[in-house]
Design a protein around this ligand. Structure first.
Ligand code: C2O
Ligand code: CU
Length: 515
């Protein structure tokens, strides 16, 4: 029965379409910066199991249009009809139940097939469907509840579509949003409220008719020529003369960035994917792969009112006639007042958080596994395998099988030639033990869930497989690579053939929503 839900490998290619004329392209630094809406729970309750508060949310996946380029309506898929979707924010320990309603077209405009989705909370696990298992899809007209325990330390997560073989197109079309967990340590140390800025950066390219162009260059990747900050091309943000915190998510489907400030002043990195680092790391420039999150502080008190500072990217431009991919957004310093008694306004903490994963020692590891990142016969593989092998085994075959609470070292080796791959491991936080036999970059010295595996690099990470049994994915987060078909799974705390009640394939199925 379920097999009918797994679409064939397919591509919506717009190679033959012409690009939007450069005279109609958005001009950098003309548009106003916006922050995506925060989602309010429609109901609050108490979990009868552990007595913890529960916030209930409703999100609807919709096909709509959005004015990204001034004067042009671009078709998008959006959570609640917006891109980025609404941000969900909770305190650690407050559970969230998100009812995800798929109200997307039953006929994809190009493929003619229904747009099936699976929602992954990247950076956590959800119950009982694990966390957006790719093949556990919901069809248009159905809905499903995702349960997020939020037991983890403060961090910037995000939710995005993970529908099997269509993740790249669905996320590129707009199904991506931020998700925040706060905790008391983070609240005491870092800017909050209007000085705590969610910042989702992505790229896009446009066809002459204003719709987004999807060309993944034979599944190599998509590099757009327009850079969006929270869905707005190259915006301008007014800032007060104090310290701001930016939660930067790169939600591009393939592009990595090298961020730096036009002034040469440092970005002070305070958090990696899975939360606060042991101590801040100032950098002039750093490399930020798609799906990674870095939080950094910028101290605007060192500038005069009226001064303009540009967040830049060291771009690797393709052969296009309208190239501003070296720019991201602009800050303009104002003399507007702010509460100077707020200790986070002027002080950069010297010590941040002491995350458990940073203390895992090599001697605790039960096994070191080697994962090869490679390309064979035009398909991307992980140690010679792909999601096709998982499907062929009726979702039983797993590349690794750690026990619950086991510590392991995984060594990821890039044998794919001139490509980099952001490799994401579901369920766990890891610590990068080494990069090519040397220590990780200082700015990566924090809890992570994605690693940038550069050309010919070999990375060792250590992690504990805690919290949940089950089957979880490991994949490349260059999404055209993931879809074709660079994704496999590991099994935690279960024997081969053993199902637990939370198994994604046997657990809660989507339910009929509205006709
Ligand atoms: Cu952000 Cu498996 O994904
Ligand atoms: Cu890849």
């Amino acid at each position: 029965g379920a097999a009918a839900l797994y679409g064939p490998l397919a591509t919506v290619s717009a190679k033959s379409a012409s690009r939007l004329d450069s005279s109609r392209m958005p001009v950098p630094f003309r548009q106003k910066f916006v922050i995506p809406p925060f989602l309010a729970p429609y109901k609050r309750g108490i979990d009868p199991g552990d007595g913890q508060p529960v916030n209930y949310y409703r999100v609807t996946e919709q096909s709509t249009t959005m004015e990204i380029v001034p004067g042009i309506k671009t078709p998008i898929l959006g959570y609640n009809g917006v891109f980025p979707g609404p941000t969900i924010s909770n305190d650690q320990g407050t559970h969230a139940v998100v009812t995800m309603r798929n109200q997307l077209p039953r006929k994809h405009p190009v493929l003619g097939t229904p747009i099936a989705t699976s929602t992954h909370l990247h950076g956590s696990a959800s119950l009982p469907q694990y966390d957006g298992y790719a093949s556990d899809t919901t069809l248009p007209g159905f809905k499903k509840d995702y349960h997020y325990p939020n037991v983890q330390d403060a961090r910037t997560l995000w939710y995005h579509d993970h529908g099997v073989h269509f993740t790249a197109q669905n996320a590129y079309s707009g199904l991506a949003a931020m998700y925040i967990i706060h905790d008391p340590v983070e609240k005491a140390l870092l800017p909050q409220g209007e000085f705590d800025i969610p910042l989702a950066i992505s790229d896009i390219q446009f066809q002459a008719n204003g719709s987004a162009m999807y060309d993944d260059h034979s599944h190599s990747g998509l590099w757009g020529d327009v850079i969006l900050a929270n869905g707005v091309p190259w915006p301008v943000m007014n800032v007060k003369r104090r310290i701001y915190r930016f939660r930067l998510l790169n939600c591009s489907i393939s592009r990595s960035f090298q961020f730096h400030l036009s002034t040469g002043d440092p970005l002070i990195i305070v958090a990696t994917d899975a939360g606060l680092m042991p101590k801040p790391q100032p950098v002039r420039e750093y490399r930020h792969a798609n799906s990674e999150r870095y939080e950094f502080l910028i101290d605007f008190s060192r500038y005069k009112p009226g001064q303009e500072i540009v967040l830049r990217n060291k771009s690797n431009p393709f052969n296009i006639d309208y190239n501003h991919t070296d720019k991201v957004m602009k800050f303009v310093v104002t003399d507007e007042p702010f509460n100077t008694n707020d200790p986070t306004a002027r002080t950069i903490p010297t010590v941040l958080a002491d995350s458990a994963v940073m203390h895992l020692a090599r001697s605790q590891s039960k096994i070191t596994r080697n994962l090869q990142v490679e390309r064979k016969n035009g398909e991307w593989k992980l140690s010679g395998k792909s999601w096709a092998d998982v499907i062929a085994s009726n979702f039983q075959w797993a590349w690794a099988n750690p026990g619950l609470d086991d510590v392991e070292i995984w060594e990821i080796e890039n044998r794919s030639g001139g490509w980099f791959h952001p490799v994401h491991i579901h369920l766990v936080d890891f610590h990068i033990l080494s990069r090519n036999g040397k220590p990780a970059f200082a700015y990566e010295e924090g809890p992570k869930d994605v690693m940038y595996v550069g050309e010919n690099e070999k990375i060792q990470v250590i992690m504990r497989f805690e919290h949940h049994k089950g089957r979880y994915m490991v994949h490349c987060h260059n999404l055209p690579h993931e879809d074709h078909d660079m994704m496999i799974q590991f099994r935690v705390g279960l024997k081969e053939g053993e199902f637990d009640p939370n198994d994604p394939i046997k657990a809660a199925r989507p339910v009929w929503d509205t006709p």
